[in-house]
Write a protein that binds this ligand. Sequence first.
Ligand code: C5P
Length: 362
Amino acid sequence: TAPSRQWLSFVQRLSLLLLVLQNSALVMVMNHSRNSPTGSQPRYLASTAVLVVEVVKLSASLLLATYDAIASHPSPSLSKITQHLYQSIFAPESWKLIVPAALYTLQNSLVYTAISNLDAVTFQVTYQLKILTTVLFSIILLGRTISIRQWLGLVLLTLGVALVQLSPTTPAITTEASWTEKITSLFTSPTQPSTVHHNALKGLAAVVGASLISGLTCVYFEKILKDSLGSNSSSIWIKNVQLSFFSIFPALFIGVIWYDGANIAQNGGFFAGYNPVVWATICLQALGGLIVAVCIAYADNVIKNFAASLSIVVSYAGTAVVFGERMTLHATMGAAVVMVATWLYKSRPSTQQLGTLLPVSN
Ligand code: C5P
């Protein structure tokens, strides 16, 4: 039976809230994992992390898909459930996931390159480009229309995020540490000098590339999900099993073996440089993938990106609380602008707000 409107509304809000929290934590932990000194240890290789994230997501999605199958079967047995899962995962149309899987793998690798070469502030501001690329691809591929009010919301959102991020405590303007750096410093030992070399142009190209791929891929994935859920053929977890399954091949053969194979052989193996911060980054990224999947199904891609932007405001406000600082006028105005932008974008007729991908009952 179709889920009720109230249930969809609850899941939509919960997934957006979780995305806000996950995003805030990920950028800081990931930045720390890439840029903190490693002493005599080699730094972990991004290609191995991209692969491990997919393996974790595959296992989690398979568990959730199994739970779904057991819950929907009138008399579940091991053989029936295994057969059901096998047939759903290797259904004839599963090949459609090959393209988004390859693109997401490339995007995830580019994010590592970007974070390794840019400071967290520049990365976060520039990655907001994905809001615009997502809207553009939604119009082109999904035939979605955006009202003037929503366009205004989008422009204000970009402006608000830039205001929060570029408030006058960032290193570009003064030599004082930015709020993002201060949070990162919570995890870092101040006595060790940084040994990481940055290439800003490379980082910028990577983040612009990742934003373009993000917009294209999430809209394409939304379209596949919409087509298949419309005919009720498989759950979002089956789609995620397929997505991770197909991501493992490029991540393993292109990233790990072809690109980093020699490096892995010379520098202590696949898990060289792994520490608790690296594992935290991997878990947060895998969790993020699962939350993104729920957001795409229960809300939509553009709203998902709004939640990600809100996380910038949340981490800013969090820093102000943690460090007992007064928020600057710039950043406070930026935060207010982001709130108004979110309200402008979301306040459209309620029939369009919920369950864009899932059938609903009242
Ligand atoms: O927000 P954005 O679209 O950029 O997020 C993409 C991230 O979510 C990628 O890391 C991708 O691997 C992950 N994802 C996922 N499962 C989905 C959709 C996205 O793991 N169904």
